[in-house]
Design a protein around this ligand. Structure first.
Ligand SMILES: Cc1ncc(COP(=O)(O)O)c(C=O)c1O
Length: 484
């Protein structure tokens, strides 16, 4: 074996420990069209442009062309006016970060004022906005959602004040899969002269096709007055390889603060449209190739399939004793929970043993712990199998009984203040949680538990700041170099 084939063989072995990216059985993190030709063209394009650099459009005009083509395609999809402009970013988080940074830097007088800049976000907004708050010093004013889990437009409007640089809505929210009332929220923002960003990272490429197919989709695109920017990910329901998203602004003037130039050094004048400087051409080319291959017709067909799958899954869940939906899906995301005869975390583990990956979501502000599904077109042929596995998993979880956290441990955890815990305490906590040691599986230097129900149950009784601190401590211990 040559060295290169040996290396590739080793990669293939390592990948066996990952959740599959194809087959429609992984219902978070990956989005599978189920079309081998589409995957192949995306991968070939990534490989062909992996060494190209989007840093300089004059040196790599091909990447500029692809970016402009992608933005033009998205503009049509999102009912954008002729003035719209956009950028390819590395993912939803980068698109969100840039939307916030741009809004902040459009108002230096607010940013530099004593009170500082704020953004009004619904409690269902993606955590990328909290990351943006953390990075850019824009305080998030978090407004609780209504009982239907959608943003409350009256409360959002009331939260806007002289410090607000951005108002946010989701189409749909990741956690519950519902579309916020964008018309009212954008109108409230516009009335105060404030930007309104619609985070359609996960739904932006599939909802327009749903609307074209005649499904009822609440208004959320640039067709809504007052919407100033939209983020939409190509690497989700654009079914493109990982590493591409778009951020669109209604006008060039709105985008301007997003750009960064620096001539304040002796090298090349740095000119960036995104947070990256050197930017691999791979993801842009991969997304371009997939979008060109599928075209509107291909996406329409995939939308038909994914919505049929979502509806059958949602209907099937309603028919399984012990389960119910948190909300009727507006898009292709499903949030389901259990009654008190079992718990979602055990159901999640049981699904794992049946080769289905579903994602646990911890309880939050009165909402119960639940399971998230991002349904893919490739899941459609397997829906019956999925529902059987789910019904079996519920039966198994009921037989096991709800996962218990020792009341003493729960009380101890609930009282912990993450700010005052030492590294040694964290080590103890990670062992107690089963996140390291015990029956953990060793592989490539990682130590991951085989079953997560007990870990999730323990995290579930912890406060959100403690959850964050424990997870950071966990990641810190996972991310250590291994001997070769
Ligand atoms: C609504 C929404 N916004 C932002 C993001 C962040 O995207 P990424 O994980 O690509 O950074 C996601 C991811 O699921 C999302 O659903």
């Amino acid at each position: 074996m040559t060295r290169a084939t040996d290396v590739l063989a080793r990669l293939a072995v390592m990948r066996q420990g990952d959740v599959p990216v194809h087959g429609g059985r992984t219902l978070a993190y990956v989005y599978d069209s189920g079309l081998a030709e589409v995957d192949q063209v995306g991968r070939d394009a990534v490989a062909a442009f992996a060494g190209s650099n989007g840093l300089d459009p004059t040196a790599f005009p091909s990447l500029l062309q692809m970016e402009n083509d992608l933005v033009a395609f998205a503009a049509r999809l999102l009912d954008a006016p002729d003035t719209v402009v956009g950028s390819v970013t590395s993912g939803g988080t980068e698109s969100v970060l840039l939307a916030v940074q741009t809004a902040r830097d459009a108002h230096p007088e607010i940013t530099l004022s004593r009170r500082g800049a704020t953004m009004v976000i619904p409690s269902s907004a993606h955590s990328a906005f909290h990351k943006a708050a953390h990075y850019f010093g824009v305080r998030a004013v978090v407004v609780p959602c209504g009982p239907d889990l959608r943003a409350d437009p009256a409360a959002m409007a009331a939260a806007i004040d002289d410090t607000t640089v951005l108002v946010v809505a989701s189409a749909p929210s990741y956690a519950h899969g519902v579309v916020d009332p964008v018309t009212e929220i954008a109108a409230a923002a516009a009335a105060r002269g404030v930007r309104c960003h619609v985070d359609a990272c996960i739904g932006g490429w599939v909802l327009p096709y749903a609307a074209r197919l005649g499904r009822a989709v609440p208004p959320w695109t640039f067709a809504v007055d007052g919407v100033t920017s939209v983020s939409v990910d190509l690497h989700k329901y654009g079914y493109a390889p990982k590493g591409s998203s778009l951020l669109l602004h209604r006008t060039p003037a709105l985008r301007k603060p997003q750009f960064f130039a620096s001539a304040a050094w002796p090298g090349y004048t740095m000119l960036n449209s995104t947070m990256q400087s050197t930017r691999s051409g791979g993801p842009t080319a991969g997304a371009w190739a997939v979008v060109q291959t599928l075209g509107d017709e291909g996406y329409e067909k995939l939308a038909l399939e994914v919505f049929e799958a979502t509806e059958r899954i949602a209907g099937g869940i309603a028919g399984i004793d012990g389960l119910h939906l948190l909300a009727t899906p507006d898009s292709t995301l499903v949030a389901l929970t259990t009654d008190d005869t079992c718990d979602p975390f055990t159901v999640c583990d049981e699904m794992g043993t049946r080769d289905w990956y579903v994602q646990p979501q911890l309880s939050y502000q009165g909402l119960p712990a639940n399971l998230h599904l991002s349904v893919s077109a490739a899941t459609l042929p397997h829906v019956d199998e999925f529902l059987e596995a789910l019904a079996d998993s519920v039966r198994a979880a009921r037989a096991a009984g709800p996962v218990q956290v020792d009341p003493g441990v729960a009380a101890y955890v609930a009282a912990l203040d993450p700010a005052s815990i030492s590294d040694d305490d964290f080590d103890g906590l990670l062992v107690a949680a089963g996140l390291v040691g015990g029956d953990a599986v060793e592989g490539g230097g990682l130590a991951l538990p085989t079953r997560m129900a007990e870990v999730n149950a323990l995290l579930d009784v912890a406060s959100p700041p403690l959850r964050e601190a424990v997870m950071v401590a966990f990641l810190d211990r996972l991310s250590r170099p291994t001997a070769n």
